[in-house]
Write a protein that binds this ligand. Structure first.
Ligand SMILES: O=C(O)CCC(=O)C(=O)O
Ligand SMILES: [Fe+2]
Length: 238
């Protein structure tokens, strides 16, 4: 189903200022579990893993422990040039800074009438029913691999509070704004802030991988909390 027929997009709302977010974005009373933004002190940090040292037993042990407890880790020495990461961030920022009409050219609503939602393109995340609240985010979703399945009709011609969930895939690789924060992970019923460092990837397991290893490694429940001061950009590879 279409995510949003008439409800304004998050970025448009944020730029015009508003008293109260439209009701579609509000989390129902019954779905609020305590303080929506709360984060606790971590029992131990989410580790930074040096991917070039994974053959060393100590680094591999660190990774194993992280996947059994947090389901998240940070990755350095991942082989992606800093300059390429910076270019990816600025291309994405440039896309989202364009006027609405420009972004709508890549809309994920086919025919623009809100009737046919498709995963690829720009818009709100999919919802399953009218009373399923909308995520507080705007997304540009592009299928990158395999290369011959890229749908260039949805690609920009110019370079260009999530709710709690676990990811359904194998692995999610995130590159997030390191000066905004907002990503939190749940462990034993408590919320913790996932740290972000410049040019460092944040990686979490998804449900398929948790199932494939019989639940030894975790697909963590996570969410992104809103920030009233700053806009936040994240690049996610699912
Ligand atoms: O923006 C983020 O840091 C995480 C996004 C996320 O959890 C998702 O898209 O599944
Ligand atoms: Fe996620």
């Amino acid at each position: 189903m279409a995510a949003s027929d008439e409800t304004p997009m998050v970025q448009d709302l944020a730029s015009t200022g508003f008293e109260e977010p439209p009701s579609r974005y509000l989390v129902h009373e019954q779905d609020r579990h305590g303080d929506l933004l709360a984060a606790g002190e971590m029992p131990e940090p989410i580790p930074l893993i040096d991917l070039s040292r994974l053959m060393d037993a100590d680094e591999a042990d660190k990774l194993r422990a992280a996947l059994q407890t947090w389901g998240f880790f940070l990755a350095t020495n991942h082989g992606i040039e800093d300059s390429l990461m910076d270019a990816m961030m600025s291309a994405s920022r440039e896309f989202f800074r364009q006027p609405s009409e420009e972004k709508q050219k890549c809309s994920n609503l086919v025919d623009g009438n809100g009737k046919h939602y498709q995963v690829e393109g720009y818009g709100s995340d999919k919802v399953v029913s009218e009373d399923h609240g909308l995520n507080w985010n705007d997304r540009l979703h592009l299928r990158v691999e395999p290369e011959d399945e890229r749908n260039f009709a949805k690609w920009p011609s110019q370079p260009e509070s999530f709710r709690p969930h676990s990811d359904g895939n194998l692995l999610t690789i995130l590159f997030v704004d390191d000066d905004v924060g907002g990503l939190q992970v749940q462990r034993d019923g408590k919320w913790y802030n996932v740290p972000a460092k410049p040019h460092t990837l944040v990686i979490n397991l998804g449900d398929c991988l948790e199932i494939m290893n019989n639940g030894i490694f975790r697909s963590p429940v996570h969410r992104v909390v809103t920030n009233t001061e700053k806009e936040r950009l994240s690049l996610a590879m699912f």
